[in-house]
Design a protein around this ligand. Structure first.
Ligand code: FAD
Ligand code: NAD
Length: 477
């Protein structure tokens, strides 16, 4: 088995499998070690495809269709009979999508001549890799290069130990066999808002406990303020500054003890989701003498192009610094392989987009207004709402806005923040503009199709200089 592979990738999530495919395209002989067993079957695709991005979006889509049918079809003059949903079928649809996609990755690996080694990988001294198959057979591989892509797992907190029955993490929250009447969520982050929304739409009364005093502190303040209002209006009871001190399970319910505003309080739920962040997963990944340096937070230490402290060994995705996002993992995997091949590939960490897939969606790229000021920019901003957009009105999707943050001296675009219909797609216009170092004027001079949601992008760019057409402008130029 010695030297059979040019590259061994440990972890077949979005970071790992994309790296493996790109390497095969470049002529490397590649093996990808993945140990995940999902619903009784070995499965590629990592957290993202099995228990993350994809199943959560399937549930978000189904629950949105249900809510839209019940509450909004009437606005269009469409009368329905009693609208019901079959939860088992809804969950089964999600599972089928996951299965189809994970099988698709298997096909892509096979088609690219990549060997999927089903079992566990461990990096040994001297860049060797120990592979133990699910059947218990061990092989020592001696590839030229190794990529560590073992991902992340949910953070646990002692005050709310997960039993995957009453107290669950994000994986358990994708599988409730019935809609909980009372659902508690610890953490008003991305998972709390997405999965909290899913179950609220399907009928749960949802309370979200957030320890911080500020809602979404990493987001632009204007966006966070509007977004919190929109979600609260939908029925998510978001309690900021609410610190959970303990939980107690009694029979089929759980009581949460928490403090808020200096007062001790309790509330009882049928299910409780713990989603307070994720942490890098390197359990059993590294032999003591592997030579890999870890940070204080347990992340693998890497440079700007994901090279570790051991020559020829790279680490990518949730296992290393930066946002824990699938698209970031994917681009790092490709970059690492391109680097091995001698190309000067780079990931632009300044233009990685963030999206929260609620309805409306929230999405942003680049600097918030507050970050731009902290970095010493003289800032100008422009904001335009979907409420004044014809297409949004026609679609009944008029909540939210687009906001641009720009440098007042140079006119250079610094950030884009969107709440609204198709925000996850619209934000890519800002990402492309940032990549091309656009000025606000560049966007102002473009002709946007009518009637489209994207016209709000044009109007927001015009608003930076007091020139939006479908609004009375206080500042004029
Ligand atoms: P992972 O996807 O975690 O893959 C790592 C793989 O390595 C795992 O399958 C694991 O089994 C395997 N592995 C670990 N150790 C070993 C070993 N020693 N040997 C063999 N195999 C090993 N991100 C987005 O960008 N958009 C979203 O909409 C989004 N939604 C999410 C929703 C939820 C509920 C969750 C939990 C996450 C979501 N994420 C989303 C985050 C996204 O899933 C992760 O950022 C992404 O999966 C990270 O990719 P990765 O390749 O680094 O690791
Ligand atoms: P998160 O970091 O987004 O949010 C966690 C929240 O929990 C924070 O607001 C934090 O202040 C709060 N918190 C922490 N400890 C707490 C405590 N003891 N009590 C109450 N609140 C507490 O983490 P997450 O929602 O668990 O998601 C994990 C990661 O998965 C995210 O960082 C994100 O990168 C990824 N993810 C991305 C998407 C997406 O891109 N749409 C969707 C889901 C998950």
């Amino acid at each position: 088995m010695s030297q059979q592979f040019d590259l061994v990738v440990i972890g077949g999530g979005p970071g790992g499998y994309e790296a493996a495919i790109r390497a095969a395209q470049l002529g490397f002989k590649v093996a990808c070690i993945e140990k995940r067993i999902h619903k009784g079957k070995p499965s590629l695709g990592g957290t993202c495809l099995n228990v993350g991005c994809i199943p959560s979006k399937a549930l978000l889509d189904s629950s949105h269709r249900y809510e839209d049918t019940v509450h909004h079809l009437d606005d269009h003059g469409i009368t329905t009979g009693e609208v019901k949903f079959d939860l088992a079928k809804l969950l089964d649809r999600k599972d089928k999508i996951v299965n189809q996609l994970t099988m698709g990755i298997d096909g892509l690996l096979k088609g690219n001549g990549i060997e999927w080694l089903k079992g566990t990988g461990k990096l040994l001294a001297g860049k060797k890799v120990e592979f133990v198959s699910h059947e218990g057979e061990t092989q020592i591989l001696e590839p030229k290069y190794v990529i560590l892509a073992s991902g992340s797992v949910p953070v646990n907190i002692p005050v709310a130990p997960v039993d995957q029955d009453i107290i669950v993490d994000s994986t358990g929250a994708l599988e409730f066999p019935e809609v909980p009447k009372r659902l508690g969520v610890i953490g008003a982050g991305v998972i709390g808002l997405e999965l909290g929304s899913v179950w609220r739409r399907l009928g749960s009364e949802v309370v979200v406990f957030e320890a911080m005093d500020t809602f979404l502190p990493m987001a632009d303040k204007a966006l966070a303020k509007d977004y919190q209002k929109v979600l609260t209006k939908q029925g998510l009871d978001i309690r900021v500054g609410a610190k959970v001190a303990g939980t107690e399970i009694n029979g089929r319910e759980v009581t949460v003890q928490y403090t808020q505003g200096g007062e001790d309080k309790t509330q009882t739920f049928d299910k409780l989701i713990v989603c307070v962040g994720r942490k890098a997963y390197a359990e059993g990944l590294l032999a003591e003498d592997s030579g890999i340096k870890l940070t204080e937070r347990g992340l693998v230490e890497v440079n700007d192009w994901c090279a570790t402290s051991v020559e020829g060994v790279y680490a990518i995705g949730d296992l290393v610094r930066g946002p824990m996002l699938a698209h970031k993992a994917m681009e790092e995997g490709v970059m690492a392989v391109e680097r091995m091949h001698g190309h000067a590939a780079q990931v632009n960490y300044d233009t990685i987009i963030s999206v929260i897939y609620t309805h409306p969606e929230a999405a942003w790229v680049g600097l918030t207004e507050e970050q731009a000021i902290d970095k010493g920019h003289e800032v100008k901003t422009g904001q335009f709402g979907f409420a004044a957009n014809g297409r949004a009105m026609a679609a009944g999707e008029n909540a939210g806005f687009v906001k641009f943050v720009a440098d007042a001296k140079t006119d250079r675009l610094l950030g884009m923040h969107v709440i609204g219909p198709a925000a996850s797609d619209i934000v890519h216009q800002g990402m492309i503009a940032l990549e091309f170092v656009s000025s606000v004027e560049d966007l102002q001079l473009m002709t946007f199709g009518h009637p489209t949601f994207s016209e709000v992008v044009h109007e927001a760019a015009l608003a930076v200089d007091g020139r939006a057409i479908h609004a009375i402008q206080r500042k004029r130029k």
